[in-house]
Write a protein that binds this ligand. Sequence first.
Ligand SMILES: Nc1ncnc2c1ncn2[C@@H]1O[C@H](COP(=O)(O)OP(=O)(O)OP(=O)(O)O)[C@@H](O)[C@H]1O
Ligand SMILES: [Mg+2]
Length: 308
Amino acid sequence: MIPAIRASSTAPAPKNMDRSFPAGSMPRLLAVANQKGGVGKTTTAVNLATALAAVGKRVLLVDLDPQGNASTGLGVKRSDIRKSAYDLIFEEGLNAAELAVSTKVPGLYVVPSSMHLAGAEIELVTVKRREYRLREALRRPLPFDYVITDCPPSLSLVTLNALVAVDAVVVPLQCEFYALEGLSHLVKTIDRVRQHFNPKLDIHGVLLTMYDPRNRLSGAVADDVREFFGEKVYQTVIPRNVRLSEAPSFGLPAIVYDMKCPGAQAYIRLAGEIIRREKKLQAELLALQSDSREKSQDPQSPDTKVNA
Ligand SMILES: Nc1ncnc2c1ncn2[C@@H]1O[C@H](COP(=O)(O)OP(=O)(O)OP(=O)(O)O)[C@@H](O)[C@H]1O
Ligand SMILES: [Mg+2]
């Protein structure tokens, strides 16, 4: 079903992207964000990106966390890094495709993290249009279908840059007692970003992670979250699975490390669900566009009268 992954173990070591890559079109931009630490953001960003690449999508993962777990989890060595996400934010005119480092997964590239990102917060304060730096770097034709940003565990200016840049946010939520704590803060931040910087920003979906069916609390938390967020919660639930936590130490996504493990299978299902949601959103957008086109051509339409 996913031949790209099987071929991956013989892929060459990461290197900078072939400059002859086609210019491409506008990618779909997703941020994986939750200011709460350790909820599965990086595991989700890495394995979702891998699963999308495995079904033939061209994917760029931008590692915005100075911890650099997504970069190391994809086997990128510090010595391979020439320019990083830090440069993408601060150097005007840089092309993300030129910074992209290939990974062992065909079709999956990463703009790696850098320790300098830890200081970015303070450096950004005095920068012009500081909230738009990443948006200006990523909202342009790129040779990728998806750009996924892995955010740090804070609502810092770096995370804000990601929220201003992307189309939608994937919010991982750990199935534990304090899961919903702080979530209202994230939702308020997303609302504020929508009002002031990025009117089309949407919550793509809420992802329940580290679900343990033997633990009644996991089920209770999942019910609460579904009651609160309704259809925004993905049907796919990521189970607690030790293989997901072992894989990064081998510099591999879990989907490559052990494709059959329940965690990897769940991320493959999630990618399918996300692609289906994307198609539905696209169809709704097209319907909306043709509707407004029809209205503007209809002489009886109030829109046309106003314009006349
Ligand atoms: N479904 C899972 N089952 C078991 N372990 C998991 C699962 N998801 C993530 N982990 C492990 O939990 C830890 C935290 O996960 P991860 O690094 O993805 O979270 P994070 O939200 O990115 O953390 P941070 O906020 O520090 O960036 C890691 O050790 C990871 O391997
Ligand atoms: Mg992380």
